[in-house]
Design a protein around this ligand. Sequence first.
Ligand code: MG
Length: 218
Amino acid sequence: MKPELLIFDLDDTLYPPESGLWHAIGERINQYIQKRLGLSLSEAIALRDQMYLQYGTTLRGLQLHYGIPPQDYLAFVHDVPLSDYLKPDPHLRKILTSLPFRKIIFTNGDRAHANRVLNALQLDGCFDDIIDIMDTAPYCKPMPESFQLMLEKGAVQDVSRCVLFEDSHRNLVTARAMGMFTVQVGKNGASSEAHLQIRTIHEVASIFTPSFFISDGR
Ligand SMILES: [Mg+2]
């Protein structure tokens, strides 16, 4: 298979979960729900878990049930000092720029957050486009509609020549069912539904073996 498009998730994929950044964003989400809806911390966490499971992201659930404005939510939850959690990754930059394929970011966060993360990792300019949660409104990963909008915005000709790098098990499940080639990054989820698994994003180039290019990806 000759890849047409490499699709990268952002959070906990381009940087490891051990960075603590996603945990810090989670604490901001809890604070936001507490403040906006006047809930205790435990009530906020319970609501957040329920929304996440039911709607794919906490935001989509909060929009539907409480009319929460997305930009207000996104600006608040992503307001964390990134340099406390992320450092430049010149090694990854070198690997990504060596891959001669079109590359995009596909995130349930927003574009401003994605750009800040890419700046903190010094990966700016490594990707051709960013498709964020505003681009896929009113959907989000893992909904198939969200992936469909991403494929349209990415001007994809052949879905079977798209390769998705993701940490989230359920997002990989949707992508594979839609015909994409799927690579799970890290061990977020015990048994993977993905075609391949890599331990960290630094192994991204390792999947492009001679046999990968002659396989049909299925
Ligand atoms: Mg992720």
